[in-house]
Write a protein that binds this ligand. Structure first.
Ligand code: FES
Ligand code: FES
Length: 128
């Protein structure tokens, strides 16, 4: 799922979760990741195929076109939602996603998807 878009830390297409925080994988030395828990986009879908709320929201809001940036966008968005929770608004999403570049969508539907998923994740966390 993670893609090489630039290999210089600018595009975010390589973003993965490392010990609970999103990181640009191209900026992490292998030795720095030794013993770490790493999750890629493949690891957020449940075993029965149920999509993560962010995957669902991207699909429903058409938050992607070619999809090249999407795994990185979603892995960054998970971190954003976890850090901001109920304080998440459009301006915050746009600012936080500055490190993830999309050449196709114009970002509008990506932002809508993240805000929608943030609401769903809050509900499901409250239910746990
Ligand atoms: Fe672009 Fe890593 S490949 S930030
Ligand atoms: Fe094509 Fe974002 S959907 S780069």
């Amino acid at each position: 799922g993670p893609h090489i878009g630039c290999d210089t830390g600018h595009c975010g297409a390589c973003t993965v979760d490392l010990n609970g925080r999103s990181v640009k994988a191209c900026m992490v030395f292998t030795a720095q990741a030794q013993g770490a828990e790493i999750t890629t986009i493949e690891g957020i879908t449940q075993a029965d195929g149920t999509l993560h709320p962010l995957q669902d929201a991207f699909r429903e809001h058409h938050g992607l076109q070619c999809g090249y940036c999407t795994p990185g966008m979603i892995m960054s968005a998970i971190d954003i939602v976890h850090r901001h929770g109920g304080q998440l608004d459009e301006a915050t999403v746009r600012t936080e996603l500055e490190g993830n570049i999309c050449r196709c969508t114009g970002y509008h539907n990506i932002v809508k998807a993240v805000l929608d998923a943030a609401g769903r994740m809050k509900v499901s966390q409250a239910a746990e």
